[in-house]
Ligand binder design. Structure first.
Ligand code: HEM
Length: 229
């Protein structure tokens, strides 16, 4: 580790200098934001757009948990309450609802761009693979979140979705029981999907995004291919 020079005697440090000397804030900033990147085009903004949408989903989701109640008796009413009675509740829920759809669209565009510029090849194989895991996790987020409003559409979509799991040969029925928390969709399913939606998957997403970003900083991104490449 580079040695930090002692401050000159008698010179007063600013609060930022004091913290920077101890935490290495300037180094962190330079490593993350002040990197050399190739000249790119607008298609290269899909990754950052995905990241920002993930953050927005996190913030709006956390706000929704203030009023949302994950029980069959109250889930539907709590969503109605958020939409009609909570100040700006309609906006927060709308952002979360449409943000989820937009996230799936943007993540696909980001993946397509990565594919077309050959970013899955050496040395970015693990960037690509972690991306693949993120895509799956985002889809599971969408599936688990869909049940939470506990309305007819969400109930039957989950019935169909979990039956599809049941159609897997040999282990299907067991997997379906695990997904539903029994043979039917009920309070246990809702609790299970809620737990997945607000804890298990987001924690995995955070971890995998961390690795994805680390690799982007460590290896860097591709440059858009030239015409003759
Ligand atoms: C939550 C999901 C994701 C986030 C937040 C995310 C974020 C990012 C960011 C910020 C970049 C750098 C800028 C750019 O090239 O656009 C990037 C690059 C990359 N991502 Fe993702 N990504 C996600 C999902 C995916 C998926 C689904 C794949 C593919 C299966 C993928 C594969 C890649 C690859 C290969 C690169 C390097 C691109 C290059 O070098 O040109 N990512 N990602």
């Amino acid at each position: 580790m580079a040695k930090t020079p002692m401050p000159e005697p008698g010179r007063r440090q600013t609060a930022f200098e004091w913290l920077d000397e101890r935490l290495g804030l300037t180094t962190i900033w330079k490593t993350i934001f002040d990197r050399a990147v190739p000249e790119t085009n607008w298609f290269y903004t899909f990754g950052s757009a995905t990241l920002i949408l993930c953050m927005l989903q996190g913030i709006t989701g956390m706000l929704l948990t203030i009023y949302y109640v994950p029980s069959p008796d109250h889930a539907y009413d709590s969503i109605n309450y958020i939409m009609n009675d909570v100040t700006l509740g309609w906006l927060i829920r709308g952002m979360h609802h449409w943000g989820a759809t937009l996230l799936v669209v943007v993540i696909f565009l980001h993946m397509l761009k990565a594919f077309f510029v050959g970013a899955y090849k050496w040395p970015r194989e693990i960037t690509w693979l972690t991306g693949g895991v993120l895509l799956l996790l985002v889809l599971v987020m969408g599936f688990s979140g869909y049940l939470l409003p506990w309305n007819q559409k969400s109930y039957w979509a989950t019935a169909v979705g979990t039956s599809v799991i049941g159609a897997v040969p040999v282990v299907g029925q067991t997997l379906m029981k695990i997904a539903r928390g029994g043979t039917e969709i009920g309070a246990v399913t809702l609790a299970r999907f809620y737990g997945l939606h607000i804890w298990w998957i987001p924690i995995m997403v955070l971890g995998v995004i961390g690795v994805h970003m680390y690799l982007i900083i460590r290896i860097g991104i591709t440059h858009p291919p030239e015409r003759d490449e």
